[in-house]
Ligand binder design. Structure first.
Ligand code: GCO
Length: 476
């Protein structure tokens, strides 16, 4: 494929460039200033759950270093920053008593961002369920979590809604359910695959109820939800594998898109789950599919599906991609990241094309896209050409989709700085900024400088086109 040049990556003047993070992955300070524990605090301290027994106790120490981290964002010329709010910093027991110090931390962070003209995009749930609610009823296993989440949202929006005008309710409900509750490789580490659709449903309900609260308290705010969307291709051309890919797309992608944007769950999927399909009442669906302002898309790779009679409900198995390999390698001429994920920029286009044509072209913000590679710090520098190629390739596909009419308004790379990558701990580095965990030093990688230059070039171009437009109108 022809490589995109910087000129191919000039976007509309209102297009926003940013970077994303999540609370447990960067903050540390897990027992400070009244924060209550979350399921991740417990899970990471269980033996054998996380690579190298890593945990988020300190992470990037962002809780203490947020001022410097915002300065880094300024150096990168970020226009927006997506971060998440830790529910248990605000409500240490998940409900009830409010911890003012938790609110103060996010107020200070947001004030610093606003001072530097960086637009805050706040995610309200990025997988760190308060431990108290997990103990009380299993977190999103129970629909009570949706109501408790809405109350927590109300508290946050009342306190921060004057400063934050962009909200993301949930991050990747499918992954939280599948990885955490079905496969058990993420917190809370449960193995209840039959509950998967219920847990997804409860999170979508949480989104819908939170949306109502935000609309009520902050009518001028924009609200969206972030989904991880991964195109699934058939492993071979056989009819069975094609059918498997169709089911897998329903299972991975349409399971959230359909209810949010069409108001119902994929019928075939519900039939397959039978009595384990969610029991949906009309009120639930009205909340879930109430119009939100944007769909947040996370895309990293594609997957392949193969038919198998051995997997209950779905008769489908995912081959390639994440499940089979680890390490940064080239297979059949195709680069894979150090997560073992195939670099497949066209997948981004496929997702955006699907949203445009099958879902009535909603406004989209790419809320995550990025790659882990084996970065090394040599004489104070990190040269990471593969990450630059990755970002360039994916952004070019975003541009192609926009050229064909897709309604994409912004792009956040995952991630600002290397951080705690869940089950694989600190072994994988996704950042634009390298973190030396021995001394918490931050070093901007070459990809960070590349991204900064791209943002700057976009700003200059839009300034140029803006001034030439106003010139034209002045003489016409
Ligand atoms: C995700 C997560 C991030 C991950 C990233 C890389 O939403 O999956 O939002 O927390 O770190 O996707 O795996």
């Amino acid at each position: 494929m022809k490589k995109a040049t910087a000129n191919d990556l000039i976007f509309d003047k209102n297009f926003i460039f940013g970077a994303a993070t999540a609370a447990y992955q960067i903050e540390g300070a897990v027992a400070e200033d009244g924060r209550g524990p979350s399921i991740w605090d417990v899970f990471t301290h269980k033996k054998g759950k996380i690579h190298n027994s890593d945990n988020g106790d300190t992470a990037c120490d962002h809780y203490h270093r947020y001022r410097d981290d915002v300065d880094l964002m300024t150096q990168l010329r970020l226009q927006a920053y997506r971060f998440s709010i830790a529910w248990s910093r605000i409500l240490p027991e998940g409900t009830g008593r409010v911890n003012q110090q938790g609110l103060d931390f996010y107020k200070a962070l947001v004030d610093r961002l606003l001072e530097k003209n960086i637009i805050p995009y706040a995610t309200l749930f990025h997988w760190d369920m308060p431990l108290a609610l997990h103990k009380r009823y299993g977190g999103f296993l129970h629909r009570r979590a949706a109501y408790d989440f809405a109350n927590y949202t109300e508290i946050v929006v009342e306190a921060l809604g004057d400063r934050i005008k962009h909200w993301i309710t949930m991050n990747e409900p499918w992954e939280h359910s599948c990885l955490g509750h079905a496969l058990g490789v993420h917190a809370p580490g449960h193995h209840r695959p039959w509950m998967h659709m219920h847990i997804v449903h409860n999170q979508l309900l949480a989104h819908g109820l939170a949306l109502q609260k935000i609309r009520h308290h902050s009518p001028d705010a924009e609200v969206g939800i972030t989904l991880s969307l991964t195109p699934i291709h058939p492993a071979t051309d056989s009819d069975k594998d094609r059918q498997a890919a169709k089911i897998a797309n329903e299972f991975f992608n349409f399971i959230t898109l359909d209810p949010l944007l069409k108001g119902y769950y994929p019928k075939d999927l519900c039939r397959r789950f039978g009595r384990f399909a969610p029991k949906v009442n009309a009120y639930d669906m009205d909340s879930i599919c109430a119009p939100c302002d944007f769909i947040g898309v996370n895309n990293y790779q594609r997957e392949f599906a193969r038919y198998t009679p051995l997997v209950p409900f779905l008769n489908t198995w995912i081959v390639g991609g994440t499940s089979t390999a680890d390490g940064d390698f080239v297979k059949d001429g195709v680069q894979h990241t150090s997560m073992g994920w195939e670099v497949y920029p066209q997948g981004m286009y496929e997702v955006l094309h699907c949203l445009q044509h099958q879902y009535n072209n909603p406004k989209v913000i790419i809320t995550e896209n990025g790659a882990a590679f084996e970065d090394t710090l040599i004489e104070g520098k990190v040269s990471d050409p593969k990450r630059i190629d990755y970002l360039q390739g994916y952004l070019a596909q975003v541009k192609s989709a926009i050229n064909e009419g897709a309604n994409v308004r912004g792009y956040f790379t995952w991630t600002l700085m290397d951080n705690f990558e869940w089950a694989v701990g600190y072994s994988k580095r996704f950042g634009l900024v390298y973190v030396d965990y021995d001394n918490q030093q931050r070093i901007i990688k070459n990809s960070g400088f590349w991204y900064r230059d791209l943002i700057q070039k976009n700003q200059t171009e839009s300034f140029r086109s803006h001034s030439s437009n106003s010139h034209t109108s002045a003489i016409s």
